[in-house]
Design a protein. Structure first.
Length: 431
């Protein structure tokens, strides 16, 4: 590790593929040396306030002593063991915590490796649920425009068809039903006609459909859009009426990000299948979980082939499970409602000046999520270095400049973070 920083970054630029990046025209990447609390320490000496929580996951910030201790203790005892035929305390303890916390009625836990894989497993379960009931024709899904569920093939098939680039994979990607994203926003007056397209689709095609998949209340990577919780209540009714499963993808919304423990809690509903990931391990390890009702479990187990057809090598990795237990304990020991409310208030106040900037289409905040939507897409080459120069880590996409900081961020850091956004968005939209 005694190579110069320039040499290291050269190797990175020439050989390492970064997410959604060109290998021939790479954008600048910044070397992170360490991270503590809500700050990233760059190798060039700069310290950045982290507005991204490593893509929603590092809810307690970095280097939390209880998370570090859990990892170290577990690493010394049992970093991994196969889950086929064997079990271990971290998986059992995590299962207990998840079922205590999750919306009522969820009673079975399947551990998966990442968010996208959890979505794959959830979709396989829904297909198997119909198959086991002698309805193999029910194998299509309904998803919402503007949704995002991951990058593996089947997860991609229920992502927004435009931003998910479905045309690129035509012929390989299964084609499912999409309805418009819920028109009524989180804080607007509810309007029942918002569900009309979905109602009509289900009336016509429910015999072919096994499940509806959606992100409760907040559509994340598909547009950072907040919709009315009553939509979820209506979807729940429709699923019950037509005997379809409701899959809630809580991978981004879970663990208090939107101000309630789960997105579904805004509506007081329970899904039949729930996907968790991201913040599950406090941003330290990759792990996801698929929770289902006992009914779904029994039906799948009662029909052919009688098992869930999935079993990855690193299923229920003990290190990941141990640190997930610690992360949930830290969250529950904290006054998270007050913490999120304080972040929400600071984001509202701090981002408000963006509203009057030319080129800004909308400013919205929910829980610990703040969004500034621009009229035009940002130019990443230009805007990313500007944020770094202003001492913050914010990574926009398309027209969206958004933050979802770690919950440990303090008021001073929130002021600096939002002031940097106001300054950078001002510079960007003046061009
Ligand atoms: N579902 C949602 C709602 C997500 O936000 C994401 C990740 N952005 C995923 C699924 C996929 O998770 P992963 O990146 O861990 O595969």
């Amino acid at each position: 590790m005694n190579r110069s920083l320039a040499e290291q970054l050269d190797f990175d630029r020439l050989h390492l593929w970064h997410p959604y990046a060109s290998i021939d025209r790479p954008l600048t990447t910044y070397m992170v040396q360490s991270a503590q609390g809500a700050r990233l320490q760059l190798a060039d000496g700069r310290s950045l306030i982290d507005g991204m929580a490593s893509w929603w996951s590092a809810i307690h910030g970095y280097g939390h002593p209880r998370l570090v201790a859990a990892l170290q203790e577990q690493a010394a005892r049992l970093p991994h063991v196969m889950f086929g035929g064997l079990t271990h305390e971290p998986a059992i303890e995590l299962g207990r915590r998840l079922l205590d916390l999750a919306p009522a009625g969820l009673e079975r836990v399947f551990f998966a490796d990442s968010g996208s894989v959890a979505v794959e497993v959830a979709m396989k379960m829904a297909v198997q649920h119909a198959y086991a009931q002698g309805q193999p024709e029910k194998k299509r899904f309904v998803a919402l425009a503007g949704g995002y569920h991951g990058d593996t093939f089947h997860a991609m098939s229920v992502c927004d068809p435009k931003t998910g680039m479905h045309r690129l994979y035509r012929g390989i990607l299964p084609e499912y039903f999409f309805v418009e994203r819920p028109r009524v926003r989180f804080d607007e007056a509810w309007d029942e006609t918002c569900c009309q397209e979905l109602e009509e689709l289900l009336a016509r095609r429910h015999r072919e459909i096994c499940a509806i998949i959606l992100e409760p209340v907040v559509q994340g990577a598909g547009g950072m859009y907040f919709y009315h919780p009553r939509y979820l209540q209506r979807v729940r009714q429709l699923c019950d009426h037509y005997r379809l499963l409701l899959i809630a993808d809580e991978i981004a919304t879970g663990f208090a990000r939107t101000g309630t423990m789960f997105g579904c809690d805004h509506a007081g509903i329970s899904p039949d299948i729930c996907c968790l990931g991201k913040a599950l391990t406090g941003g330290t390890m990759t792990l996801a979980a698929v929770l289902t009702t006992a009914q779904v479990g029994h039906v799948i187990s009662g029909g052919e082939p009688g098992v869930v057809m999935h079993g990855p090598t690193f299923m229920a990795n003990p290190l990941a499970c141990a640190v997930a237990c610690a992360s949930i304990d830290v969250l529950l020991d904290s006054d998270w409602r007050t913490a999120i409310a304080a972040i929400e208030k600071a984001l509202r106040a701090g981002l408000e000046p963006c509203r009057s900037l030319p080129g800004v289409a909308d400013v919205r905040v929910l829980g610990a999520i703040g969004v500034v939507q621009l009229e035009k897409a940002v130019v990443m080459e230009r805007i990313q270095p500007l944020f770094v120069e202003h001492g913050v880590w914010v990574r926009p996409f398309g027209q969206l400049v958004y933050v979802m900081p770690p919950y440990c961020i303090n008021q001073g850091e929130l002021r600096d973070l939002t002031a940097a956004i106001v300054a950078v968005v001002g510079e960007e939209t003046r061009r």
